[in-house]
Design a protein around this ligand. Structure first.
Ligand code: C2E
Ligand code: MG
Ligand code: MG
Ligand code: MG
Length: 286
């Protein structure tokens, strides 16, 4: 947290023209109002099926269009948002934006990608989340099958908390739940099997370590990923791999049976207009 805020401090302080007031407090105050001021932006990144290269989904990723500091990335403000207690409101804003955008794709094109939205661990403890999502689906007309929610491993390590009840309710609603950044937490696949989860998203550090751009796959590391994919499939889970930056990585992942992938090779996160053009929904209304 300190690192992120320190990174922002110099320019924020320069712009403020004084050294007395620590910039992180200023940033916190600005972040509190950023949501209501409409300064959050959602970018969309393709999730592509490795067997036929179809764009099956799109991940919604939040940015903050800061009036002075420019377009801030999640690692520059999410920890702060959590710390000052606005992360749930932020997630809600992104959810609302992403569901209404995905509903628009549905009106404009016959078989649009699902939209996948990141949900903070704490948000799962919130009993209102399920009703909130049901309401959003009702208001936008987006079928639940077009909405995926990504939850990081760490959020679900406790098996019997409110989180699990929330996950069950979400699945009953028809929403797909994915475990994000798989391999960075402490869960394992036999544990995940007991959760109502359909997809694991293998953290991009796997690809970066095992099959770095410009090199071939490291045999020992490759075995681990093959085992993860094989076991996931045996458990009825689909596997999406994050951080695919080269054609060689994509081809290798396809060859070892990964279902889908996301990364710069297939497309960087882009704004609304660009993703509409990619989806072929650019001329729709709404
Ligand atoms: P994530 O959910 O694992 O999202 C994937 C991250 O990897 C994104 O970073 C994306 O831009 C980046 N990425 C995608 N492909 C590549 C690639 O080929 N190479 C590399 N090096 N990076 C790639 P981003 O947008 O900075 O988001 C970072 C994290 O912030 C996300 O990780 C997610 O955990 C969190 N996040 C983003 N939006 C939201 C949100 O609306 N709510 C919450 N709670 N968390 C969010
Ligand atoms: Mg994610
Ligand atoms: Mg991830
Ligand atoms: Mg991540």
């Amino acid at each position: 947290i300190a690192t992120d805020r320190d990174a922002l401090e110099p320019s924020a302080r320069r712009d403020r023209g004084d050294d007395a007031d620590p910039a992180p407090d200023a940033l916190a105050a600005e972040l509190r109002t950023a949501i209501d001021r409409g300064q959050l932006r959602v970018e969309y990144q393709p999730i592509v099926s490795l067997s036929d290269r179809q764009m099956i989904g799109v991940e919604a990723l939040v940015r903050w269009q800061h009036p002075r500091l420019g377009l801030l990335q999640p690692d520059q403000f999410l920890a702060l948002a959590e710390e000052i207690g606005v992360i749930t409101r932020l997630d809600q804003a992104v959810l609302a934006e992403a569901t209404s955008e995905a509903a628009r794709w549905l009106r404009a094109t016959p078989d649009p990608p699902f939209v996948s939205v990141n949900i903070t661990a704490g948000h799962l403890q919130d009993s209102g989340l399920v009703r909130e999502i049901a309401t959003l689906l009702g208001e936008t007309g987006l079928p639940a099958s077009h909405l995926h929610l990504e939850i990081v491993e760490g959020a679900v390590v406790r098996p019997y908390g409110p989180s699990l009840a929330t996950l069950d309710d979400l699945v009953r609603l028809g929403v797909t739940v994915a475990i994000d950044d798989f391999g960075t937490g402490y869960s394992n696949l036999s544990y995940l099997r007991r959760l109502p989860v359909k997809t694991i998203k293998v953290d991009r550090s796997f690809v970066a370590d095992i099959c770095p751009p410009g090199g071939g796959p490291d045999p020992a590391g490759a075995e681990i990923l093959v085992a993860i994919i094989t076991l996931s499939h045996a458990l009825g889970l689909t596997v999406t791999v994050e951080g695919v930056e080269t054609a060689a990585q994509a081809e290798w992942l396809r060859s070892i049976g990964a279902d889908s992938a996301q990364g710069w090779h297939f497309g960087r996160p882009v704004g609304m207009k660009a993703i509409r053009a990619t989806i072929g929904a650019g001329r729709g209304t709404g």
